[in-house]
Design a protein around this ligand. Sequence first.
Ligand code: UDP
Length: 390
Amino acid sequence: GHRSGRRVMCLMSDTGGGHRASAQALKDCFELIYGDEFSVHIVDLWSSNSPWPFSKMPNSYFFLVKNPWLWRLNFRCSEPRLLHEIMFKGYTVIVSKHFARAFKEIDPHLIVSVHPLMQHVPMRVLQQMHKQSLISRVPFATVVTDLTRCHATWFHRSVDRCFVATNLVAAQAMRLGLKSEQIACHGLPIRPSFSARRQLSKHELRTKLALDTDAPTVMLVGGGEGMGKLQETAEALAQTLRSTHQVIVVCGRNLRLSDFLQSKVWPLKMVVKGFVHNMAEYMSACDCVISKAGPGTIAEAMICGVPIVLNGCIPCQEEGNIPFVTDNKVGAYSENPRTIAQIVAEWLAPENNAELLAMSSRARALGRPEATFDIIRDLAALVTETQECD
Ligand code: UDP
């Protein structure tokens, strides 16, 4: 129940599938390892605990992301520390009552933020509440959900721990004033289904998912929202690949797209899905994947050992993910659907099978299937340490 064991409050905002997916991964993993000892409460402080206009922030995120130059402006302008500190001070005044109510309601033993805008304001509110003896000291951890270039607001010098996915991000954290004792580099938190020890074979998975068991298979996905040129790319694949190939399009929450693709007649096996909850199975069943440069999808593809064609990115925070994939020789990048289809056709050609397998094993070597478990163990220790100190 709600009051059993120790409570972990996970701060996120529903801006893109990644943050919610990371929060869910932490929650699932906590339950898996610790059962009733911990209960994890995922809270979207902006939508459910803020007055307007803050409650509309997730919506404005979608607006900004669809207008890349606006997003870039927003990202760059809010980076200088002085500026965002002033901004956050302003926010705090407005939202502090709402945040405080959420903190009192859950009364957490640990707070974990998985969002770049969930450090400064929540920590300020917690500090004020602590000063007024409304709450005891709660350890605060950040789990950074970007792989390469991160927004500066991810990093707060007073956090108890900052979890990062790569050495690149660890270096950025250090540059922004965090001490190495504060930083832990375990990898991106991924749902436990990706780290299952007993994996089914590709053949078994395809049978389970009612896919063609022998056809060379590519997956096309555009994050949780089904973003990017999915329709054009599906069409280009249908034109370029052979009738013996198989394409799986995962449209996420983009219902219009899945309806449209489903209604069409295709010259090859085209499997159209909406939001799938067993992504680990679908990904492991494929030979390669086409996706935007989302950190979650990239990390998942690495764990599954699936080479990846990146077809676009959100400006700034996902840009660095492209060289991450190409420099490590685990994939390619193009925004042109026809070029993408050609790359996939080449990868899937029988004469290039050795190269595809080499890419696949390089991917697997980069994957961090244990990341979520390592993060959870550290988080649990943080709670225990704090309780022993008090
Ligand atoms: N995802 C999923 N089912 C779907 C589509 C996406 O579980 O049908 C998951 C995907 O596995 C990944 C996340 O949604 O964990 C997308 O995160 P990413 O960082 O790639 O992109 P975002 O949507 O956050 O921009």
